[in-house]
Design a protein around this ligand. Structure first.
Ligand code: NDP
Ligand code: 13P
Length: 318
C-alpha cells in the first residue's frame, strides 16, 4: 500500500525510511528535495541515515497526495497553516498526525486541528517513544496508533507497522494526543533539573509528580487512564525525560544551566506548556510543574526559585 509522508524533517524522514519503498516523502523545498535525491540522504534534518533506493522524494504536493494514507510530520504549531493552504488535496484521505503538542491558538491537539481544517477526513495519530534516529537505524520501537474509527484504525495499524515499528491500537485519541503532548513539558522540567545539577532523585520526583498532573489533565478532558500508562503516556515520558537525545530535554538542560538554545530547533513542549497552562487555569486543574516550566521559559523564575517553590507547596497526600 502506498503511503505519503508530509514533512521531510527528522521524524518524517525516519518514518519514510522505515516504511521503505512504498513511501513517498514530500519536502516543501525543491532544492532540499533535489539534495536528498542526489545524496540518498536527508543531510539537513537526519544526517547519517541512508534513504532506501525505492523511496520517492518529491516537492510536488499534488503528486505526493495521491495515496489514501497521508502522514503529517510537521510541527503541531505549523499544522494548521499547512492544512488550510492544502485542504483540497487532503479531503477524503486517512490523515495521520505524526506530531506531538497542543496548538497554542486553539488549545486543540493535532486531531482537532485536522478536523477543523479538513472536515471530510478520517484523522488518526501516531505517537509514542521513538527517536527519529532510532527508527531510521532500524532499531526496534513500539508506538500507539489512535483512531476513533475502529476499522480505519485497524487499516492504519496494519499499513504502518514495519519491521522495526510495532504499532498498538486504541480508539482513545484524547489520551494518545495528551500523553504525547504533555510529556514534552515534563521533559523540559527534567532537563532543567539536570542542567542545574539538582540530582537524579529530583528528576525522578518531577517525572512522577509530572505524570500525576498529566493524568489529572487527561482524565478531566475525557482520556482513558490505561492510555496514559501506555506507550503514548508513560512510555514516551520515560524516554524523553531521561535521554539527552530529546530536544525538549535539551531545552530544559539549557534553561537549568543558563546556556543559550538555538530557537530554530523544533521543541514542541514550549508552546504546549503555555497552551496547557491556560487550559488548566480555566478548568481549575492543579498543574504546578507545567506552571513552573512556563515561568522558567518566560524568565519569571530562576531554576533555584522554581525548585524552592515546588518544594514549599502545601503538604498533601500522594
Ligand atoms: N525527531 C524525533 O525524534 C521525533 C519527532 N516527533 C514529532 O515529529 C514532529 C516533527 O518533528 P521533527 O521532524 O523532529 O522536526 P524537524 O524540525 O526535524 O522538521 C520539521 C519539518 O516540518 C517542516 N515544516 C515546518 N513548517 C512547515 C509548514 N508550514 N509547511 C510544511 N512543512 C513545514 C520543516 O520543513 P523545513 O525543513 O523546510 O523547515 C521540516 O521538514 C514534532 O511534533 C515532533 O514532536 C515525534 C517522535 C520523534
Ligand atoms: O517525542 C520524541 C521521542 O518519542 C522526541 O522527543 P523530542 O521532540 O524532545 O526530541
Amino acid at each position: 500500500m502506498s503511503i505519503t509522508v508530509i514533512g521531510a524533517g527528522a521524524f518524517g524522514t525516519a518514518l519514510a525510511i522505515s516504511i521503505g519503498e512504498s513511501a513517498t516523502l514530500w519536502c516543501r523545498d525543491e532544492t532540499h528535495a533535489a539534495e536528498m535525491i542526489d545524496h540518498a540522504e536527508n543531510q539537513r534534518r537526519l544526517p547519517g541515515a541512508p534513504l532506501p533506493s525505492g523511496l520517492t522524494v518529491t516537492a510536488d504536493l499534488s503528486k505526493a497526495c495521491q495515496p489514501d494514507i497521508i502522514l503529517l510530520a510537521v510541527p503541531t504549531q505549523k499544522l494548521r497553516s499547512f492544512l488550510t493552504e492544502n485542504a483540497a488535496l487532503m479531503t477524503h484521505k486517512k490523515l495521520v498526525a505524526c506530531c506531538k503538542g497542543i496548538e497554542r491558538s486553539s488549545g486543540l491537539g493535532p486531531i482537532g486541528v485536522i478536523e477543523d481544517c479538513v472536515p471530510d477526513t478520517q484523522a488518526a495519530i501516531l505517537t509514542g517513544p521513538s527517536f527519529a534516529a532510532d527508527i531510521a537505524r532500524g532499531l526496534p520501537t513500539a508506538l500507539t496508533l489512535a483512531c476513533r474509527n475502529e476499522e480505519t484504525g485497524k487499516t492504519l495499524q496494519a499499513a504502518l507497522t514495519t519491521r522495526n515499528m510495532r504499532l498498538y491500537r486504541t480508539t482513545d485519541t484524547i489520551g494518545a494526543e495528551l500523553g504525547g503532548a504533555l510529556k514534552n513539558v515534563i521533559a523540559i522540567a527534567c532537563g532543567a533539573v539536570m542542567g542545574a545539577k539538582l540530582g537524579e532523585s529530583a528528576r525522578a520526583a518531577l517525572m512522577t509528580r509530572g505524570f500525576a498532573e498529566m493524568q489529572r489533565m487527561a482524565l478531566a478532558l475525557g482520556a482513558q487512564a490505561e492510555t496514559l500508562v501506555g506507550l503514548s503516556g508513560f512510555g514516551d515520558l520515560a524516554l524523553t525525560c531521561s535521554s539527552a537525545l530529546s530536544r525538549n530535554y535539551q531545552l530544559g538542560l539549557a534553561l537549568g544551566s543558563r546556556d543559550n538554545f538555538d530557537p530554530s530547533i523544533t521543541v514542541e513542549g514550549a508552546a504546549t506548556a503555555r497552551a496547557v497552562e491556560m487550559q488548566a487555569q480555566s478548568l481549575g486543574i492543579d498543574m504546578p510543574v507545567t506552571q513552573t516550566v512556563v515561568a522558567l521559559l518566560d524568565q519569571r523564575l530562576t531554576i533555584e526559585d522554581a525548585a524552592a517553590q515546588l518544594l514549599t507547596r502545601p503538604l498533601k497526600e500522594e
